[in-house]
Ligand binder design. Structure first.
Ligand code: Q0N
Length: 287
């Protein structure tokens, strides 16, 4: 961990430290959350998988959007990044009808102001991917907002740019993943502005923690889909009589091992790089 670095923020599973005025260190832990609760048992290497996968995407989407990546530390879980002025919205793109979008569609026939055709099934692929911004809730759940509400927060012109970039990032990631047997149902991007006011992709990107990854070979609309990475954890937790309030349960060794294997499988399928090569030298994802 950074000797003199100041802790400036923490998420459920990641920590942010200041390195200097211009640079931050984003450290991904091996913690896992399910049903919005962080569990007491860690998944070994999960933080490295997510860090390496984000860096892989950052390197391959440079032409779509600038990003905050400056370098990876040798530990494989720490990203040195440019300090930005973050936009006050969560930038969600959805290619499939699931989660809050499925709930909104059932209740109102639309999602964040996008009218959708009638008769869509749960988990069905949308006619076109849609941009569905949300507020950044400090506590509790992010709330979907309309384009007009998002425009009030970042400006109409900036929002147009954000939407175009996010749709392009999703298109790149989902096509790459689908060709390797993983459906990217939806994903959340965080963007910021650099000191020259340019849009920059930040945080983690196109990872299983910021997206829903589904195994393509089990895809079947009309029901919820199994999660590529967390399904063993969910199944185990569902079989307990846990009320989904903290504290969460400890995970048995076989659930940990199965879940770790799924994270490594996602990394290797998407990057086509052996995970051992990444651990040996994280810079393998940067070219
Ligand atoms: C930033 N968050 C939200 C880690 C994840 N490059 C940046 N510059 C300025 N601020 C941020 C970044 C980034 N990335 C992003 N908060 C600040 C998610 N965080 C929460 C804390 O843990």
């Amino acid at each position: 961990m950074p000797e003199a670095a100041q802790h400036v923020g923490s998420g459920k599973v990641r920590e942010l430290y200041a390195l200097d005025d211009e640079r931050l260190l984003l450290v991904a832990s091996d913690r896992i959350s399910t049903f919005d609760v962080v569990l007491p048992t860690e998944i070994p290497d999960k933080g490295c998988v997510l860090t390496g996968l984000s860096a892989f995407w950052f390197t391959r989407t440079r032409d779509v959007c600038r990003n905050h990546l400056l370098g990876l530390r040798a530990d494989g879980r720490s990203t040195e990044c440019r300090r930005l002025e973050m936009l006050p919205i969560e930038c969600v793109v959805r290619g499939y009808l699931t989660g809050s979008a499925w709930n909104d569609y059932r209740a109102r026939g639309e999602v964040c102001g996008h009218a959708l055709p009638p008769g869509l099934l749960e988990s069905e692929r949308l006619p076109e991917p849609i941009f569905t911004p949300a507020t950044k809730a400090q506590t509790g759940h992010d709330e979907n907002i309309t384009r007009a509400q998002a425009a009030e927060l970042v400006g109409a012109g900036r929002l147009d740019e954000v939407e175009r970039v996010c749709l392009e990032l999703y298109r790149f990631g989902s096509e790459h993943a689908a060709a390797r047997g993983i459906l990217l149902a939806d994903t959340k991007f965080e963007l910021g502005l650099d000191d020259e006011g340019r849009l920059v992709l930040a945080d983690e990107a196109l990872t299983p923690d910021s997206s829903r990854f589904w195994p393509a070979d089990e895809y079947e609309p009309g029901r919820p889909q199994p999660s590529f990475d967390k399904q063993f954890v969910r199944d185990y937790c569902e079989a307990l009589d846990w009320d989904k309030a903290p504290p969460g349960p400890e995970l048995p060794d076989d659930v940990v091992a199965g879940t770790r294997a799924r994270y490594l499988e996602a990394f290797e399928r998407l990057t086509e790089i052996p995970f051992a090569a990444y651990v040996d030298d994280p810079r393998v994802v940067l070219s």
